[in-house]
Design a binder for this molecule. Sequence first.
Ligand code: BGC
Length: 370
Amino acid sequence: MNMKIRLSALLVAALVMFSCQPKSKFSISKQAWGKADGKNVSLYTLTNPNGMEVKISNFGGTITSIMVPDKNGKFDNVILGMDSLSGYQKGVPYFGALIGRYGNRIAKGKFTLNGQEYTLRTNDGPNHLHGGPKGFDKVVWDATEISGPDSVGLVLTYLSQDMEEGYPGNLTSKVTYVLTKDNSIKIYYQAATDKPTVINLTNHAYFNLTGAKENVLGHELTLFADSITPVDSTLIPTGLIAPVAGTAFDFTKPHTIGERIASVKGGYDHNFKLNRTGEGLMLAVELLEPTSGRLLQAYTTEPGIQFYSGNFLDGKITGKGNVKYEKYFGLCLEAQHFPDSPNKANFPSVVLNPGQKYTQLTVYKFSVKK
Ligand code: BGC
């Protein structure tokens, strides 16, 4: 064989070897992350073939980071979070956590079901917020890793005992986080009870698509919702369904968060009633960060989205990368039933009876717009 032929044979062999290299795959790994309630806490790292990486702890079912690319392929973490378990245990406002048994507020922590009044533990002035002082965000869930050819995930289960935080019924909850190849995180919630109860599960991730470089006022939001449920001074819905047309709450066309926020007392912290035409998964939200080009689309089976613009962040918490989380540094898009539904007959029901199965599916899909 002459030199030329040998060289080209080598080149062909190298090309064949390169193209046969297995593409990077889905993976999940687990690391010890400390203890809570005497139980072991772990941190799981899920990756997909595009290099997207999601970290989830079984403490509170908390998503601690989501690494996604910008329009130039540069990866950054796009949610607020802490580096250690102790950071979460010191107290954070529900960063990335699962919320239960009831997302958002129940007025004065009271509701009546089948003629019986229940009193929940209060933790937000006179009201009950996000499941009470020890909600699902502060308990240790049992975790099982799952993986298939097109996804990887984590199944979390938790048994909330009868009367835990004041809620009736032994409630078994199962939340499945799945990372897919189209850069989506699917969150599938299931629950069952042995006594009539109320339920409203969600996730409380604070998104910042700049990669925590600046606040979220420059993010462009589209919310497919023609109305909101206005609130009183303690953030309890009045019961009205108010149209957003002509107000600072009209995000049916994209607007930056900062554009009209000064006219919204306290900032955005409202439940938006989605424009549903039936049941099933619908596109509820689009959030674009123009500088990075990152786009987040949220799909849900729920009737509402709580859009919270991080109004109570005040720089007192230093999170990942030593960044101080100032006001408006992250925003939440919590897919949910409406706040205080147990006390509002005109809102979609949140009652779960024995024999029924509670389900909710929400998908957060990341991509870029160039
Ligand atoms: C609520 C806010 C609350 C925040 C806690 C949001 O879901 O709507 O009022 O302060 O959670 O971080």
